[in-house]
Design a protein. Structure first.
Length: 198
């Protein structure tokens, strides 16, 4: 009986922590990831999926196939679509230190961004200022966020990784407007970073 009570309170505490989560901004996703990769879902099993890595933007692997723990829908967040073989996405991962699989970043599934026909769909968890999120039909539902060309995303992430120290210093000094880029995805990264700092 004591084990059941402990399990119950542990579950309640875990749910409380998850319910109060702050969505990860793009800069946090990039900074916290050990691996950022464009990938394709090639196999599904109970609780996990296997991906084939198409292109790595951050990190390194000794193989092009890895196992990832599935995102579990919960009260405050759900995945944009059910998992299915053939899905292509940009994925932000950390290696599980105890098991032979990877974990997706973000309690709101921020670490999985669908890719279709050379476009990436970014589900903004909040809008900044007066911006309006686009309603995009994707999978079996509606996706609220923004569409970016895949090339803008890959170039934007690589530029952010290359110039991160400069970008952070300019944001801190409130001089980010002096940073010259026309890349729309990098501009989104910077905008969220600025907004996060208030």
């Amino acid at each position: 009986m004591q084990k059941i009570v402990l399990l119950f309170w542990g579950f309640i505490a875990f749910k409380s922590v998850r319910a109060d989560y702050d969505p990860l901004t793009l800069s946090k996703l990039i900074d916290k990831s050990e691996l950022i990769a464009q990938c394709k879902v090639i196999q599904l099993s109970e609780g996990y999926f296997e991906i084939q890595v198409i292109e790595i933007l951050k990190g390194s692997l000794t193989t092009n196939k890895i196992k990832v723990e599935k995102f579990q829908n919960w009260t405050c967040a759900s995945r944009y679509s059910d998992y299915h073989i053939g899905q292509v996405e940009l994925i932000f991962l950390r290696k599980n230190v105890y098991h032979d699989y990877w974990n997706i970043l973000g309690a709101g599934n921020e670490g999985e961004m669908p890719i279709e026909k050379n476009f990436l769909y970014y589900e903004a968890k909040y809008s900044i200022g007066s911006e309006k999120l686009d309603s995009i039909p994707l999978g079996k539902g509606v996706f609220w966020g923004f569409q970016y060309s895949l090339s803008d995303v890959t170039i934007g992430i690589r530029e952010y990784l290359r110039d991160r120290k400069t970008i952070v210093a300019l944001i801190d000094k409130k001089k980010i407007k002096s940073y010259k880029t026309k890349n729309p995805f990098l501009l989104r990264i910077i905008k969220e970073f600025e907004n996060q700092l208030g």
